[in-house]
Design a protein around this ligand. Structure first.
Ligand code: DGL
Length: 251
């Protein structure tokens, strides 16, 4: 592995930009190659085998491009395929996002908690292990079928309508909200509007720290003082996705 090479980062679409945003705060000088698999999204309701295959295709692109590490910036892909990918591609480090449920255990254990994630994440073995290990017995797990899709589309009216229909019943009843899908931090304000005063838990800042530790340990930090580059690849070649991705990053 060469420290000058890029870090590959992927999601089913542009949601992983919320992870890259946190990574850039910690590692601004690295080069990044972001892969948005919008041709195959949503991932949230696909089978384990389908997700394994989609992830493998993306990992092969990163390997061809000689990436030195891979960030799985999709909770669904991470829940279903992180272990599979680590076994299959043992030479490359994988850093995988997960819903920040342990942080609730660490910082706000006694408060009622709402975990928002895709159906795939909530039903996965990996998430269930995390949930049962840190269960505060005041937690509601809510699979948000179709939500990532409308965030990806970027239609504010549809998003507001969805949140009103699915979240309003929890208003005043929950204090913690785990954003268990990388698309959801993009609508944090809208969620707050429906739920009222809540504390958000997002796994991305922890992943960023972990990525830094992994690179340091493997002596893979890019030692230069200049801002790195960010390359965006979208599997359906959408110029509109590219535009939104960079707009969000530059905000
Ligand atoms: N952003 C993804 C996640 O974190 C997946 C959304 C989807 O494609 O269903 O789970």
């Amino acid at each position: 592995m060469n420290k000058n090479e890029a870090i590959g980062i992927f999601d089913s679409g542009i949601g992983g930009v919320t992870v890259l945003r946190e990574i850039l705060k910690v590692l601004p000088n690295e080069n990044y190659m972001y892969y948005s698999d919008s041709k195959n999204n949503p991932y949230g309701d696909k089978s384990d085998d389908q997700i394994h295959e989609l992830c493998e295709n993306i990992v092969n692109v990163f390997i061809e491009q000689k990436c030195k590490a891979i960030v799985i910036a999709c909770n669904t892909a991470s829940a279903k395929s992180a272990q599979y990918l680590r076994q299959k591609y043992a030479d490359i480090p994988f850093i995988a996002i997960e819903p920040a449920y342990k942080m609730v255990y660490d910082y706000a254990y006694s408060e009622s908690t709402l975990v928002l994630a895709t159906k795939g994440t909530i039903e996965s073995e990996k998430f269930n292990l995390l949930y049962h290990t840190y269960d505060n017995h005041k937690t509601i797990l809510l699979p948000c079928v179709g939500l990532a899709d409308i965030i990806e589309e970027g239609n504010r009216e549809k998003i507001k309508k969805y949140l009103k229909e699915h979240l309003e019943l929890f208003r005043g009843k929950v204090k913690n909200v785990v954003l268990g899908c990388t698309h959801y931090p993009l609508i944090q304000d809208e969620i707050q509007e429906v739920l009222g005063e809540v504390t958000f838990f997002n796994g991305a800042p922890y992943l960023a720290k972990h990525l830094q530790e992994v690179l340091e340990k493997k002596d893979l930090i890019h030692n230069n003082n200049e801002k790195g580059t960010i390359q965006f690849i979208d599997s359906s070649n959408s110029e509109q996705k590219k535009k939104r991705f960079f707009e969000i990053l530059e905000k």
